[in-house]
Design a protein around this ligand. Structure first.
Ligand SMILES: *Cc1c(COP(=O)(O)O)cnc(C)c1O
Ligand code: SF4
Length: 440
């Protein structure tokens, strides 16, 4: 039995390996950690981080904040407050102000929240007709927090920005009336922080009558990377695996959407065993990650990661462009660079790894893939397409944006060829899954 033990701003200095980290580095963790919440655990600390290389270690960088993750002015501001022993109220107010400048709620997620009659389903997002996202209220935390995460407002007590819903009944009633939905994706935070009994209460009803149109249960989770013991030695590991088996026995797919950011996370005995156990239930595992500077911004890292994933029986699924939120300046890469890394990784792996799609931006209108940079009649352009569209009619239509070597996110792009709008900005195309009449 392996017990999880958490480290946060309050107790990270008690990590034995921290003795090897310089005092100024630790102080930076304290300063930046006041704005960007962090949490890690004994598995990450003892089995994943290379403590001889904390300056550059990707896993350390994923788990601990550091100076470059805040702008100089924000960093100086927090430093001053600490040095002046500011009272709690002053401190909290200043921190809140900084957080609000970090785009805490990117890509208009609030537009995806559907209604059931007059009731707003706060723990649900329904953007694409076939897939409903559910944010169970007990799953709004994670085994460890990633420094790049766009869900960080959920962890920092910015409550009004929290998407969560206690009442699963509302989800069930909504799903019953939405026959276009084939997939229910449990997300969070990380739904695998919930115990098996709570998971059962959400999932088992979906296996019964009224939900014949639901073909796939998806679980989006970082647990394989950050706490594989969830499937090995936790109190309810067996019960979790039994639940996975029940999904298959009910004739539905279980697609486990695993977040892996670096091949290092695929290297331990524990993660190998956990993957094997999940696959033995009949589940499939698909993998996804954002592409991030200072973490995985070399093609060889991705090629190695995809190969290892395929070797272990998983399917590479998405490479995302890092979201425009939080410590984005530390992680972001120009779109052209993202495409080059994707292409150089993709071209050196077998077709079995090429189930991956990307680089993809989860932007307000949809998931937009950068197909490449080219020249059309003398104008340098980005070629783009929707992998998913707020309006499904947009999917797979190639479109063009003016080349911009600095652009890091879709909203910085302008239409090519002097056009005023992208094709989908025409009002008549505009739709939303929350207005289901458009699909049914
Ligand atoms: C990515 C995503 C989905 C799932 O899309 P797939 O391409 O089917 O994996 C569903 N809803 C939202 C909001 C998403 O961002
Ligand atoms: S595990 Fe996922 S939701 Fe949790 S902090 Fe990391 S990226 Fe965010």
């Amino acid at each position: 039995m392996k017990k999880i033990h958490f480290y946060t701003l309050q107790n990270f200095r008690s990590i034995p390996q921290m003795e090897r980290v310089s005092e100024s580095f630790k102080r930076d963790i304290e300063i930046v950690g006041r704005v960007l919440p962090f949490k890690t655990n004994n598995y990450v600390v003892n089995e994943l981080i290379d403590w001889d290389n904390v300056e550059n270690d990707p896993i350390f960088t994923l788990n601990f904040p550091r100076q470059g993750m805040l702008s100089k002015s924000h960093y100086d501001k927090v430093t001053k407050l600490i040095d002046n022993h500011a009272d709690k109220q002053t401190f909290d107010k200043a921190v809140e102000k900084i957080r609000l400048t970090l785009n805490p709620n990117p890509a208009g997620q609030e537009h995806n929240v559907p209604y059931l009659g007059e009731i707003k389903l706060k723990g649900v997002q329904h953007k694409y007709p076939e897939t409903v996202l559910f944010f169970p209220s007990q799953g709004q935390t994670c085994h460890a927090y990633c420094t790049f995460c766009f869900r960080w407002p959920q962890f920092s007590g910015m409550n009004e920005l929290k998407f969560a819903m206690k009442d699963a009944e509302l989800l069930f009633n909504y799903l019953k009336t939405r026959k276009t939905v084939s997939d229910v994706l449990f997300t969070g935070g990380d739904p695998m922080v919930m115990n098996a009994a709570i998971l059962e209460s959400y999932i088992l009803p979906l296996l019964g009558p009224g939900f014949e149109h639901i073909h796939t249960i998806r679980i989006g989770s970082k647990s394989l990377a950050y706490w594989p013991y969830r499937y090995l030695t936790d109190d309810d590991s067996e019960q979790v695996l039994r639940l996975f088996r029940k999904i298959r026995e009910a004739g539905k797919n279980l697609s486990f959407q695993a977040h892996f950011n670096h091949p290092q996370e695929l290297s331990t005995v524990a993660v190998h065993e956990a993957i094997e156990r999940i696959l033995a239930t009949g589940a499939q595992i698909r993998t996804q990650s954002p592409l991030m500077r200072n973490i995985n911004d070399r093609p060889e890292i991705w090629a190695e990661m995809w190969r290892k994933q395929v070797d272990l029986g998983m399917f590479p699924y998405y490479m995302f462009v890092a979201r425009d939120t939080g410590a984005k300046e530390y992680f972001e890469l120009p779109l052209e660079r993202c495409w080059k890394i994707f292409r150089r990784a993709y071209r050196q792996v077998s077709g079995l790894c090429r189930t991956v799609r990307g680089p993809s931006m989860s932007a307000h209108p949809g998931k937009i893939q950068v197909l490449g940079v080219t020249e059309v009649r003398g104008e340098k352009v980005f070629v783009l397409r929707f992998l998913q569209g707020r309006n499904p009619r947009w999917v797979q239509i190639p479109f063009f944006a003016r080349y911009d070597p600095k652009a890091t996110w879709f909203d910085q792009l302008k239409p090519a060829f002097g056009e005023e709008k992208f094709f989908f900005e025409d009002r008549q195309y505009y739709a939303s899954a929350t207005k289901p009449f458009l699909f049914e």
